[in-house]
Design a protein around this ligand. Structure first.
Ligand SMILES: NC(=O)c1ccc[n+]([C@@H]2O[C@H](COP(=O)([O-])OP(=O)(O)OC[C@H]3O[C@@H](n4cnc5c(N)ncnc54)[C@H](O)[C@@H]3O)[C@@H](O)[C@H]2O)c1
Length: 346
């Protein structure tokens, strides 16, 4: 069997810590051929550290060498580079968020369709063991129809102080588009893509605009801080489903926590930690699974699904049409806060 030839564009934090090690674990199926980064020194260093043969100056020169690329640049460049890769006949695994705007996401999907290439988005929370089991439980009607989702992606004093995470033009936003997006994607996937009806939201950045903040993840300039560090939202969906959503990089709370719990008509569940809530035989039941200690990491499972899909052996777990819906919701949340009113989906 021929190996899938893979390139990486943008070789910063996430490329080095998640994608490159995961593809190297899949060395029977994938060969890492080339890297490209606007920071040429970093590209050279990464190629040396991970024994990757080619370093290219321009992303377009990488495409003829590979069958697939993973795109790990700041969000602003996701659409442009993805479309160029697809048009060059190359499959794409693009980091999350899919892109900054709905329009960009739609153009990416169109390019994938026109060129008959795969486009996957790195919403890796779906590959967590808890998420995979929760999905199966919901598919097997363990909770009945979902009614209410409570979603929180909360960090205490952890504004990313590296890269360009606080730059609105390059990232499109802050805590919501960077961190909250994972929990939005996971919630929509678990609830089988409910159709949003209305969003009411508020974004904040008052805390990070004050000088001298305590921050556990490096330093940032409060004067140029221009994105959200905290977001709250209430979303209604068709079929009487509602979601209470909150995310933050820098909340004044006791500790970081990630919560996704869903109450359904026949039962409920919590994803982190995974628990099922049911009522039978005249009493309520709480069940906890014994999780497998040797479950593959989500980074490895994500890479494997992408590679196997490119080789024609599996279906993508994260489809671009689903990632587009996350971006639509993010856009609506920002629009609602900007307008100071709720936004209705048409
Ligand atoms: N899935 C996750 O949990 C997760 C976690 C972190 C980051 N990310 C995503 O990954 C992407 C990168 O984040 P990161 O933490 O690795 O950032 P980073 O700043 O560490 O790395 C980004 C790299 O892209 C390079 N770059 C910038 N513009 C480029 C361009 N036009 N062409 C080629 N290279 C370019 C930079 O020089 C840098 O090396 C972002 O979209 C981010 O949202 C996802």
């Amino acid at each position: 069997m021929n190996k899938l030839r893979m390139g990486i564009i943008g070789v910063g934090g996430i490329a080095q810590t998640r994608h490159i090690p995961a593809f190297q674990q899949l060395s029977d199926e994938v060969e890492l051929i080339a890297v490209q980064d606007v920071n040429k020194e970093r590209a050279q260093q990464v190629a040396e550290n991970f024994h990757i043969p080619y370093v290219l100056d321009e992303y377009a020169s990488l495409f003829p060498l590979v069958d697939a690329v993973t795109i790990c640049t700041p969000n602003k460049f996701h659409a442009e580079i993805t479309i160029a890769a697809l048009n060059a006949g190359v499959h794409v695994l693009c980091e999350k968020p899919m892109a900054i705007t709905t329009e960009q996401c739609e153009a990416m999907i169109q390019a994938a369709e026109e060129n008959d290439r795969l486009l996957a988005i790195a919403y890796h929370y779906r590959y967590m063991q808890e998420a995979q089991i929760a999905k199966k439980a919901i598919q097997h009607h363990a909770i009945g129809d979902p009614l209410v989702a409570r979603v929180q992606a909360m960090r205490r004093r952890k504004v990313p102080g590296w890269g360009v995470f606080t730059n609105k033009a390059l990232q499109g936003g802050g805590s919501l588009i960077d961190f909250g997006c994972h929990l939005l994607d996971l919630s929509l996937w678990l609830m089988d893509d409910p159709k949003p009806v209305e969003v009411n939201a508020k974004t904040y950045n008052r805390l990070s605009k004050q000088p001298g903040q305590v921050n556990d993840w490096g330093t940032f300039d409060h004067e140029t801080f221009e994105v959200d560090d905290h977001v709250t939202s209430y979303v209604t969906f068709e079929n009487d489903l509602t979601m209470q959503f909150e995310c933050s990089w820098a909340a004044n709370i006791k500790e970081d926590h990630t919560t996704l719990s869903i109450s359904g008509a026949d039962g409920g569940l919590n994803v982190f930690p995974l628990e099922l809530y049911q009522s039978d035989y005249g009493v309520v039941w709480n069940s906890q699974p014994v999780l497998k200690e040797d479950a593959p990491s989500e980074g490895y499972a994500q890479a494997r699904n992408f590679v196997q899909s490119c080789l024609g052996n599996e279906e993508l777990v994260v489809k671009p049409e689903q990632a587009l819906k996350v971006t639509k919701l993010i856009e609506a949340i920002y629009a609602s806060s900007g307008a100071g009113t709720s936004i209705k989906f048409t």
